[in-house]
Design a protein around this ligand. Structure first.
Ligand code: FEO
Length: 394
């Protein structure tokens, strides 16, 4: 194996998960990686581990660079199993290693794997001398779990950020400048939208805190996907933009349908939106993934949601979608609802109530059409789309 180095003596020893397509509900269309880093200093240090299914490959990579007994420290930045489930295996094979983690990391390790570990807890600002370089720790609670922390290599200005700044992107390449920039940013955005969107204000504060600590990373090495070495400020700026809810005059229409009436309404609505020069994308829920829809919503100003009425309620697929998007707390969107019904209404009312309950800004009264939309109804749909587009342009 060729060494993959971030700098002299800091090596990537992670694994590539080419086949994963469902990461606890997030559709990972391009697979993922679990990144781990081995620092060959006077004190040999491993930063994070990988998913247990890949532990053999992982151990083999480390053993090409050092004997496991020589490892002095294992840093656990985050206990979610994609990064820690090889810990019990490697801790046994590296009996001289002390595990370094946050207080909450220790609690989580005990709950996941028992208490038979030698652990030292650290907090923000604590440092660890490895001989030729120093590690500094920064707690980052909720990015992604309460236990999460970052590890900063002071002398080389490398931020090992665990989940933050990651992307689910399997590739033979390891660095941002080696892959297609469009694909890289698309996957970084998808990752942010589907994992970190509800944590925008925490992210802004964490970035401000890091700047105040005098940390200006030359390299950001996350635990998933590519390592940002060519221009780390690009991903930091993207996170700041996404965190404040920076959006474009763009609209997403999401719908499901039973006998195509809501489908016809949706198509008339997008024509109305487009008539105002506003970009619009249409997603049928049973054809698109929630993951891609949410990614489009991240930078959109309006979301128009359509459902037929089934048993006086919204269609179940819409209920699942709204539950997902509400949990992600999208910022500053205008929400509008429409749908068809047969003999009794219900979908638009139940969707509107669900959105208002969580404080979403809802556009006027929703639009409902009985049975099959006729020409006049479709014109009403067109006007509905037009009005929404006009309201987000101003
Ligand atoms: Fe990649 Fe929160 O684990």
């Amino acid at each position: 194996m060729n060494k993959i180095s971030l700098s002299k003596d800091i090596n990537w020893v992670g694994v590539i998960d080419w086949n994963i397509r469902d990461f606890h509900g997030y559709i990972t269309q391009r697979g993922s990686t679990y990144n781990s880093y081995l620092i060959l200093d006077k004190k040999i240090t491993l930063v994070d581990t990988v998913k247990k299914a890949f532990s053999e490959e992982f151990l083999a990579k480390i053993q090409q660079l050092t004997d496991l007994e020589k490892i002095d420290y294992i840093i656990i930045n985050h206990v979610e199993m994609d990064h820690s489930s090889s810990l019990p295996i490697i801790a046994k094979l590296a009996p001289n290693a002390t595990i370094i983690t946050s207080q909450r990391g220790q609690d989580a390790i005990f709950k996941h794997y028992g208490k038979d570990f030698s652990i030292k807890t650290v907090k923000t600002g604590d440092k660890l001398d490895l001989g030729n370089r120093t590690l500094q720790f920064i707690e980052a609670p909720m990015l992604h779990w309460p236990d999460s922390m970052f590890t900063y290599v002071v002398e080389e200005k490398i931020l090992l950020s665990n989940d933050a700044f990651g992307q689910h992107l399997a590739s033979i390449y390891r660095f941002d400048d080696e892959v297609d920039e469009h694909v890289l940013m698309e996957e970084a955005k998808t990752y942010y939208a589907n994992i970190l969107m509800p944590l925008g204000s925490l992210i802004i504060r964490k970035i401000q805190e890091i700047v105040k600590m005098g940390i200006a990373p030359k390299i950001i090495a996350p635990s998933h996907g590519m390592i940002w070495r060519s221009n780390p400020s690009k991903i930091i700026q993207a996170y700041l933009d996404w965190s404040v809810g920076k959006s474009e005059p763009k609209t997403v229409v999401v719908f499901d349908t039973m006998w195509n009436s809501t489908d016809k309404m949706a198509r008339a609505i997008i024509k109305g939106v487009a008539s105002q020069g506003v970009n619009v994308k249409l997603f049928k829920l049973r054809s698109a993934t929630r993951t891609e829809i949410v990614t489009e919503i991240l930078e959109s100003k309006a979301v128009i949601v359509g459902s037929p009425t089934l048993n006086q309620q919204m269609f179940p697929s819409l209920s699942a979608f709204l539950t997902y998007i509400i949990g992600l707390k999208p910022k500053d969107k205008l929400w509008a609802f429409f749908g068809s019904y047969g003999w009794s209404r219900g979908a638009v009312k139940s969707m509107t109530e669900m959105a208002k309950k969580v404080g979403f800004r809802v556009f006027e009264t929703g639009l409902e059409i009985k049975y099959i939309p006729n020409q006049e109804d479709l014109e009403e749909c067109y006007e509905f789309g037009k009005k929404i587009a006009k309201s987000i342009k101003t």
